[in-house]
Design a protein around this ligand. Structure first.
Ligand code: PLP
Length: 398
């Protein structure tokens, strides 16, 4: 294994006796440098950014803009193409409300996939356009032949997840984008699960919009990111109106600031942006290739161990090379909520439910499942603890 597995020295919560945290795909734990960076802001230079002229206000502004540079660099974007939001959901809604309302009419088509999180599905329903779904094949990959046929219907946008939060599939975003652009469509990729677990290069993917979230990337809650190509952000109308997003306010009309300020109305989550900057610096220090390799290793081990459990079905591919660091499964004798509760009583934290992906759950023919997801701090021993804990589920329900 190429990674020195982080412990409670890096993740204070891991000091809790007996805790096995396997729910990082829902929300990760916060890494100590992020906690410390936020404490420093609150304790030594808390002030309003972009407005105050006194020294600690300048310091706060600088720290916020440094965080933007760190976040941009982390995925090979640029600061001028990096907008802070509250979360991935808000980043996608920003595109739907701003770019979507200006460019997509009721008869226009948006393509999404069957494996989208509700965050990359409901905003397109709200937009009031036509929607079509790229189907998922039995092996958990997207049907790219059907995708080609759908592209012949000239969609305005293809909105697709980079890594599925249920079946774990790593989608070929660069190829999906190449084909979309050849057909005249823009691409939005939902990177909520990808950014914390894989090396992501937004420039190389050539996507038009890329959304992700801090609370799954070892940063705090309340901070998300939207990367958008500069010319698109410049042409888009604002999403929310208020302070900071204007250059001049007249009695009856206003002029907008340049992006990213145009999309950052009101007081932003300053501490959270600074915390996220520290978290991605920490991840860069480890190396995202190593994070991916570690996640692949623990996932491969989990696939192997879970395959031995009688009555257990894994959703998605069994090949760890094509999936992110998570495994979702159902037991034919116990409800996923009971499974998660019994595991929880033994200290093992996993997620149960529809994972905010009801379209996909219908496609899989299962209204709920149990998901274990593997952070940088997850180990093979954690997987063993989960499989041992499943024994108690069998004792009760099997
Ligand atoms: C694939 C995917 N997209 C979007 C989201 C939403 O992220 P957030 O809650 O930060 O808006 C999630 C979170 O579960 C997710 O897994």
């Amino acid at each position: 294994m190429s990674l020195a597995v982080p412990t409670s020295a890096e993740f204070p919560v891991l000091a809790r006796e007996g805790l096995v945290y396997l729910d990082t795909a829902a929300t990760s734990q916060t890494v100590r440098p992020a906690l410390e960076a936020m404490d420093r802001y609150y304790e030594t230079y808390r002030a309003s950014i972009h407005r105050g002229v006194y020294p600690i206000a300048a310091e706060a502004t600088e720290a916020y803009e440094v965080a933007r540079r760190q976040v941009a660099e982390f995925v090979n974007s640029t600061p001028g193409e990096t907008v802070f939001t509250r979360n991935a959901t808000e980043a996608i809604n920003l595109v739907a409300y701003s770019w979507g309302r200006a460019n997509v009419g009721p008869d226009d088509l948006v393509l999404i996939s069957q494996m989208e999180h509700h965050s990359n599905l409901v905003p397109w329903q709200l937009l009031g356009c036509r929607l079509a779904y790229i189907p998922m094949l039995e092996d958990g990959t997207l049907d790219l032949d059907e995708y080609d046929r759908l592209l012949e219907r000239s969609p305005k946008l293809v909105a697709v997840t980079h890594v599925s939060n249920v079946v774990g599939t790593i989608n070929p975003i660069a190829e999906i984008t190449r084909r979309a652009h050849a057909g005249g469509a823009l691409v939005l990729a939902d990177g909520a699960q990808a950014v914390p677990s894989l090396p992501v290069d937004v420039a190389e993917l050539d996507v038009d919009f890329y959304a992700w979230t801090g609370h799954k990337a070892y940063g705090p809650t309340g901070i998300g990111v939207l990367h958008g190509k500069r010319e698109l952000l410049e042409a888009m109308p604002p999403f929310l109106g208020g302070g900071h997003m204007i250059t001049r306010v007249g009695d009856f009309e206003s002029q907008w600031a340049e992006p990213p300020a145009k999309f950052e109305a009101g007081t932003m989550p300053v501490a959270e942006a600074i915390g996220l900057g520290a978290a991605v610096e920490w991840l860069s220090g480890i190396g995202m290739e190593n994070v991916r390799e570690h996640g692949r290793d623990v996932t491969a081990y989990a696939l192997e161990r879970l395959s031995e459990v009688p009555g257990l079905t894994i959703h998605g591919s069994l090949d760890p090379d094509v999936r992110g660091a998570l495994v979702t499964f159902v037991l034919d004798y116990a409800h996923p909520h009971d499974v998660a509760e019994i595991l929880g009583r033994q200290g093992v934290c996993v997620r149960a439910g529809h994972h905010c992906a009801q379209v996909l759950m219908r496609r899989l023919g299962s209204p709920a499942s149990t998901r274990a997801s593997f952070a940088v701090h997850a180990t093979r021993e954690d997987v063993d603890r989960m499989v041992d804990a499943l024994g108690q589920v069998h004792d009760i329900f099997g």
